[in-house]
Ligand binder design. Structure first.
Ligand SMILES: [Zn+2]
Length: 84
């Protein structure tokens, strides 16, 4: 069984790769309680999580590494806001 409202968009939705308006449209559809889309989105989320585990580890280089370290330090101090 498929749902014509979101069919074909589940993986992109699970990745957070949709335009904000498209994501909001899917959010609204899920909040309306479509059981087909709830099941499909859950499967897509599991798939996305498995893909993340399959990708090789990567080390950020140079400036990105410094920005990430600063952001992690800020978060560990409980600070909120951007670190530039
Ligand atoms: Zn649906």
């Amino acid at each position: 069984m498929t749902c014509p409202i979101i069919d074909g968009w589940y993986e992109l939705y699970a990745l957070g790769a949709l335009e904000a308006s498209e994501g909001a449209r899917i959010d609204a559809h899920l909040l309306a309680g479509c059981p087909v889309c709830h099941r499909e989105v859950e499967q897509a989320r599991r798939l996305v999580a498995q893909l993340a585990c399959l990708s090789p580890p990567a080390a950020p280089a140079g400036r990105l590494r410094l920005r990430l370290a600063a952001r992690v330090a800020a978060l560990s101090r409980g600070a909120h806001g951007s670190v530039n």
